[in-house]
Design a protein around this ligand. Structure first.
Ligand SMILES: C[S@@+](CC[C@H](N)C(=O)[O-])C[C@H]1O[C@@H](n2cnc3c(N)ncnc32)[C@H](O)[C@@H]1O
Length: 285
């Protein structure tokens, strides 16, 4: 629940502590992974509904707006790829991105740890390979894919480098990885809320532990995982989730449409990327 209503994608689901991974015990890391999958399984219907709303009007919520911003950046990279390339969606959720990319000519496959999410992914992508799997041990041979996408998954991983290494392994040499992560200094204040939630018991705010990063740290993680080059972008900026909470009914859409000009001008500026709400790394094997 969030503020007395059922949680929906985009709600802050902060950690019980500010959670850049620093030596969690194996047991607590495993519990964090299980918990992330369990919570996402409960949110599968909500994700599916949010993606339907995204197709109708991307300015209806901060979730749909964030995906609009992200999809524009993804398009800038994916438009340059060849038709028929093999693409893996790591943590594919409901298979929304798989379906869109399949429609554009990619030969798509997806993995996720949540069976509830995969029911949607399978229904959305008939005939595609959709497998139940952890993202730190991908069930594919080395060098199987030309492109790997990993959207809003690293933030739920106590050990994101294990996932990054696996994405390097399954990519062909020269293959492209597009992955998102969440800056610790994001202006939505998720990390600060996490800190508060670690000291006060706030069930509505502690649904799920998350793991934040910085642009520099993300770049170093990609290099350590084996990517030969990486470019990091800021996707969207500002305390928009708080605006969503206080905006009168009907006011959020017009606000986000105007806010978009701010994001266009500022979100990908090098000095501001670290305070955006979402990073996208484009990394080549
Ligand atoms: C925020 S959702 C994003 C789903 C999809 N990529 C999208 O953009 O709609 C995160 C997804 O990662 C999956 N996930 C989280 N941790 C995982 C893990 N360790 N192994 C496999 N899947 C995981 C969840 O089940 C969930 O479907």
């Amino acid at each position: 629940m969030h503020n007395g209503r059922p949680s929906v994608p985009g709600d802050p689901v902060p950690a019980p502590c500010c959670a850049i991974f620093r030596g969690l015990s194996r047991g607590s890391a495993e519990r964090a992974v299980e918990r992330a999958i369990e919570v996402h399984s409960r949110q599968a219907e909500g994700f599916a509904e949010s993606y339907t709303r995204l197709e109708q009007d991307p300015y209806t919520s901060c979730f749909t707006y964030s995906r609009l911003r992200l999809e524009r950046l993804l398009d800038a990279y994916l438009d340059r790829r060849q038709t028929g390339e093999a693409l893996l969606d790591v943590g594919c959720g409901t298979g929304h991105h798989m379906r869109a990319l399949r429609d554009r000519g990619f030969d798509v496959a997806g993995v996720d740890g949540s069976a509830a999410m995969l029911e949607h992914a399978t229904a959305n992508n008939p005939g595609a390979t959709v497998l139940l799997s952890g993202v730190d041990a991908l069930p594919f041979a080395d060098a199987s894919f030309d492109v790997v996408v990993c959207i809003e998954v690293l933030r739920y991983l106590p050990d994101p480098e294990a996932c990054l290494r696996e994405m390097v392994r399954v990519l062909r040499p020269g293959g492209l990885c597009l992955a998102t992560a969440t800056p610790v200094a994001n202006l939505n204040g998720y990390a600060a809320v996490n800190r508060i939630a670690s000291t006060i018991t706030m069930p509505a705010l502690t649904a799920l532990r998350q793991y934040f990063t910085t642009p520099d740290r993300l770049g170093r993680q990609c290099a350590a995982a084996g990517f030969s080059s990486r470019r990091i972008h800021g996707v969207y900026l500002g305390p928009v989730n708080w605006v969503e909470r206080i905006a009168p009914t009907g006011a959020l859409g017009p606000f986000l449409r105007r806010w978009e000009a701010v994001d266009d001008a500022l979100a990908d500026r090098p000095r501001l990327r670290g305070v955006t709400n979402m990073l996208l790394v484009a990394a080549e094997r």
